[in-house]
Design a binder for this molecule. Structure first.
Ligand SMILES: [Zn+2]
Length: 434
């Protein structure tokens, strides 16, 4: 059993107790980075930050935030240990700009295992369960490895099927009776489709729960989004949303109440900030800004993820009092300004996922020759094109008030766009503006 698994039950304690605990952990973090992190040492000097002055959570606001660009530009200045102490090099997926290396020590790997152990606990998955991991475990991908380690910490059984191949996934499920899946939710639609074509009843399968990675399944008000509605229409299975970023080495996962992803109080401090760097009022969307607890290799302090979410602070019906995070409603860097309208990719995903005549899609964003955002939808339509197009244009007009450029492609060209150069992640949004 790893040192983290001695469950402290802090997420069941009152808010005041949690804040006390978090303040103590922040002091430990400040002390640690002020000694070991070249980046933060320099920053504290430059801004005259005296860590002994930080005696309350609000004082933390005196410390400048850290951006994605900081890690991109000064990647190795974030490393707090000798290179010899690094146990694993992981990398961000690089959907925006160059990939960033996140190096983990052996202790960080244990912390990561605890983090996903907690995710499975939130879903009430335990030792008796068989977990089918339908995601990549290689290509420096942190999540695959994290779920594998978390499942082992839980003493559950694991099946590593990797991503894709509906036929193989269904065959393994039938043969080994897996009860829990870790999968990209839009892939579940492909499995349903395959099963229907081959007269397999998905509801007769043993799977009861899915940890849905990589895509949102809720609306801003925590209702089922269109993607989830389409899955649930054919498959009676409990689906749990999660939100994470490689840099934070921690996930926010839904409990059985499905009212936002719970903060792991022991592992992370979270602030939701406005443009000016102030905490937004409850019920308002802010930029998720995190500080890591217990990370040895590359800890982060007030790191702005670029993800925009809403926080939920009332106690959860599951008994936990830890704050919860709603789905990502946008990425700050990904706002599209198109013909006078502002739109975030999740709005487009929600719209395109709701149109069942669209087989596959890629949203491509670039700059036109005047430097304005240019929006192109690449679509594969398995049905009669003319009918679909008129329906699509009406829907675009109604929800965006503008119609982007549309490029109809065959299935193969869409697949090439979605998986460029053996990408481990299916790309549905390509931003060529930077
Ligand atoms: Zn809960």
């Amino acid at each position: 059993m790893n040192k983290w698994t001695r469950h402290s039950k802090i997420e069941y304690a009152g808010l005041a107790a949690q804040q006390d605990f978090q303040l103590q952990q922040l002091k430990v973090l400040l002390q640690y980075v002020s000694v070991h992190s070249p980046f933060y040492k320099k920053q504290f000097n430059q801004y005259g930050i005296r860590i002994e002055d930080i005696q309350s959570l609000t004082y933390l606001e005196r410390i400048p935030t850290t951006s994605k660009e900081d890690i991109q530009q000064y990647n190795w200045d974030f490393l707090c240990v000798d290179r010899a102490s690094i146990a694993e090099y992981t990398a961000t997926s690089g959907t925006l700009g160059t990939p960033v290396t996140i190096a983990l020590t052996a202790n960080d790997l244990e912390r990561l295992a605890y983090n996903e152990y907690c995710s499975f606990k939130l879903m009430e998955v335990g030792e008796q369960d068989i977990i089918q991991l339908m995601l990549t475990l290689d290509k420096q991908f942190m999540a695959g490895m994290a779920y594998y380690k978390g499942a082992q910490e839980l003493k559950a059984s694991v099946i590593r099927t990797g991503p894709g191949l509906p036929q193989m996934q269904l065959e393994v499920m039938q043969r080994l009776q897996s009860g829990t899946l870790v999968a990209v939710p839009s892939f579940l639609l492909k499995m349903i489709h395959y099963a229907q074509e081959h007269h397999i009843d998905v509801n007769a399968l043993s799977a009861r729960k899915v940890l849905a990675i990589g895509e949102s399944i809720r609306t801003e008000d925590l209702e089922d989004n269109i993607l989830l509605q389409r899955i649930k229409k054919d498959w009676n299975i409990a689906i749990f949303g999660t939100y994470a970023a490689t840099e934070m080495q921690t996930a926010f996962t839904e409990c059985t109440q499905h009212r936002g992803g719970h903060l792991n109080t022991e592992l992370l401090y979270v602030e939701l900030l406005d443009e000016a760097g102030k905490q937004v009022p409850a019920g308002t969307v802010g930029e998720v800004t995190i500080s890591t607890f217990g990370v040895e290799g590359m800890p982060l302090l007030r790191y702005r993820t670029g993800d925009l979410c809403k926080g939920y602070y009332e106690p959860c019906a599951c008994g936990r009092t830890s704050m919860r995070l709603g789905p990502v409603t946008g990425r700050k860097q990904q706002m599209i300004k198109y013909k006078g309208t502002s739109v975030y990719p999740p709005t487009l995903f929600e719209l395109l996922n709701g149109l069942d005549f669209i087989g596959e899609y890629v949203i491509e964003l670039s700059l036109d020759d005047t430097g304005q955002d240019d929006l192109m939808l690449h679509l594969y339509l398995p049905v009669a094109e003319a009918m679909a197009m008129s329906n699509l244009k009406q829907r675009l007009q109604a929800s965006l008030r503008v119609i982007p450029k549309i490029n109809i492609c065959d299935q193969e060209s869409i697949a090439r766009m979605q998986f460029p150069n053996g990408s481990r992640k299916q790309l549905k949004f390509i931003d060529r503006r930077y």
